[in-house]
Design a protein around this ligand. Structure first.
Ligand code: ATP
Ligand code: MG
Length: 570
């Protein structure tokens, strides 16, 4: 059996099958489909999140593995909430994740005419009618899960009258909400979605693509199956909340007989992640209320947030594969996502040294005015990554927390009289701690042993700690942003009575350190490049960086929370 670690390391190569792929395998084997066509159909009303990333990986992954194609379709049938900005961000995100829809970019709004004609076709066949019940009445007539609904008094209108009214709806003769077009199915169906669902409504709203050309818009349940069929989609993969809509999906395809094909809807459990909210409505609120800095705030579960945080696309894909496809809802631990990020970065991120809380060290026996270059390994996990030079001189910085004046028994790092190793450099020994009037240590005086160059003592003497450091004169100033979970609760929704998720925001989710120092190697580091700061974690260059002003985001720490959780479970 594969270990957890082994399976994760293989990442996207290991393609375990799942119930969706089994269905597709059977359809290929039976000859039902020659080419497999899937689609990713976001509604452009917000930025994509990690749940969408999973859906993208499933749909594009299937198209890739079966030699088929995956369409990117904007499900833009709700003009009041949709914006161009969102369309562009969706395209950026899908590409960044590593997928390509080629020429297959579609918009549900491009099908408005065809969809409208199919609705007319239903009216003509006596399968749809214009209904004047208002929203309250509609609810009342609809019945409940235990009681059948009642038929609308408008249900038995003649085909001619319905054709006339529907045309007038389209021509703008009625005000918004004055009437709707409903499918005539079955008011006694145990499935509420089949109780004469609304398929067209009147709405005067400028659409980002069709402008004011239309004042009637199809409902999702009508537009989606038709769009799938028009595009020849073979497997329409969606999340579980649409399971109860499937009979309606099939009804629309069956009754409208659209050219293109007969798509099959398959549902899977949506991804939920601990310590975060995922609905676009809630994410929008975080943005609009200024609770985060924007859609791409590194604490957001959006693809752009994760990208800015430094999560590599390969790690998100590995995560999606790792989580797999299920039929039952569950919540995935954020620690698993971070584990996937760490696994990825461990292999790919070059190591450098940075000091977040600098404490100056003067090496009193090192010649003043001299600087030497020491050799450092870029990535022990990747020999091809090579080596680099790190400057060293009489004054360096170490991490403030790596020194204690009165160390407790288990503290092995620097203390008065104690010797430690400086990574890739020398052994140093602390002679004296200089303090300010407030009694705070402001500087250390140390000596170094020139014989330990490279980090080992020829006489075989050992030290118990190796510290990271940077040269005081050559290092660069940097700002480092430390991120933590955005919410304090595993389930942010489960707050105290009468509160919503915003009550559980973590007040310490962002800590900005503005006096950090990084080694000069990072002078040319590009925005979005990812690095391991030795002993501190993985960091990436933020877009706020400019020449002379380096800004880093902490992507993840080095601590593997996931291993701990696994151990607890075992
Ligand atoms: P939200 O609930 O966040 O508003 P949505 O489902 O309304 O999301 P869409 O733009 O309609 O957002 O989603 C596009 C596709 O992504 C759909 O096929 C949807 O099923 C899928 N999807 C959305 N959220 C998740 C999730 N958490 N896990 C897996 N797939 C998801
Ligand atoms: Mg949706």
């Amino acid at each position: 059996m594969k270990t957890e670690k082994g399976a994760a390391a293989e990442g996207m190569e290991a393609k375990p099958t799942n119930f969706i792929r089994e269905i597709i395998d059977a359809d290929v084997a039976s000859g039902k489909h020659k080419e497999i066509v899937t689609r990713f159909p976001p509604e452009p009303n917000g930025y994509l999140h990690i749940g969408h990333a999973k859906s993208i990986c499933i749909n594009f992954g299937i198209a890739r593995d079966y030699g088929g194609r995956c369409h990117l379709r904007m499900d833009d049938t709700n003009p009041t909430k949709e914006e161009r900005e969102y369309i562009e961000s969706i395209q950026t995100d899908v590409r960044w994740l590593g997928f390509d829809w080629g020429p297959h970019e579609y918009y549900a709004s491009d099908y408005y005419q065809q969809i409208y004609e199919h609705a007319v076709g239903l009216v003509r066949e006596g399968k749809a009618f214009v209904c004047h019940l208002n929203a309250d009445q509609m609810r009342e007539y609809r019945g409940t899960l235990t009681e059948p609904g009642k038929q609308s008094p408008y249900r038995e209108r003649s085909v001619e009258e319905n054709l006339d009214l529907f045309a007038r709806m389209k021509n703008g003769e009625f005000s918004d909400g004055h009437c709707v077009l409903r499918a005539k199915i079955d008011m006694t169906s145990p499935n509420m979605n089949m109780r004469d669902p609304v398929i067209f409504r009147i709405l005067r709203a400028s659409h980002p693509r069709t402008g004011d050309a239309w004042c009637v818009y199809p409902m999702y349940d009508f537009a989606h199956p038709l769009s799938d069929a028009f595009e020849g989609v073979t497997h329409s993969i969606c999340t579980l909340e649409f399971e109860d809509h499937r009979p309606l999906y099939d009804w629309v395809v069956r009754e409208c007989r659209p050219v293109g094909g007969t798509p099959r809807q398959i549902e899977f459990a949506r991804l939920n992640l601990s310590y975060t909210v995922m609905s676009k409505r809630k994410l929008l609120r975080l943005v609009k209320d200024g609770l985060v800095s924007g859609w791409d705030d590194p604490r957001m579960p959006t693809i752009q947030g994760m990208r800015r945080r430094g999560y590599p696309p390969t790690a998100l894909r590995a995560f999606a594969d790792r989580v797999g496809v299920a039929k039952r809802e569950s919540t995935v631990d954020l620690a698993l996502l971070e584990y996937c990020v760490r696994e990825d970065l461990n292999k790919t991120a070059p190591r450098v040294m940075a000091v977040l809380n600098p404490l100056k060290v003067v090496i009193t026996n090192y010649p003043a005015g001299e600087t030497e270059q020491l050799e450092a390994v870029n990535n022990p996990e990747d020999p091809a990554a090579g080596k680099r030079q790190v400057p060293f001189s009489r004054e360096i910085f170490i991490e403030r927390e790596d020194f204690m004046e009165n160390p407790p028994p288990k503290f092995f790092r620097l203390a008065p009289g104690r010797e430690v190793r400086l990574r890739y450099a020398y052994f140093i020994k602390c002679a004296e701690a200089i303090k300010n009037a407030a009694g705070e240590v402001t500087e250390l005086r140390c000596t170094y042993d020139p014989a330990t160059r490279g980090g080992d003592a020829p006489d075989g003497r050992k030290v118990k700690a190796t510290l990271h450091w940077v040269d005081a004169g050559c290092s660069l100033a940097a700002e480092v942003r430390l991120y933590d979970k955005l919410f304090t609760r595993e389930n942010p929704e489960a707050g105290p009575e009468g509160t919503d998720f915003s009550a559980n925001l973590n007040p310490d989710s962002l800590k900005v350190l503005s006096d950090c120092r990084v080694e000069p190697h990072l002078a040319a580091a590009q925005p979005e490049s990812r690095w391991q700061f030795e002993r501190l974690g993985y960091f990436c260059v933020d877009n706020d960086s400019a020449p002379g002003k380096l800004v880093f985001n902490r992507t993840v720490t080095l601590k593997d929370e996931w291993a701990k959780i696994q151990k607890r479970g075992a």
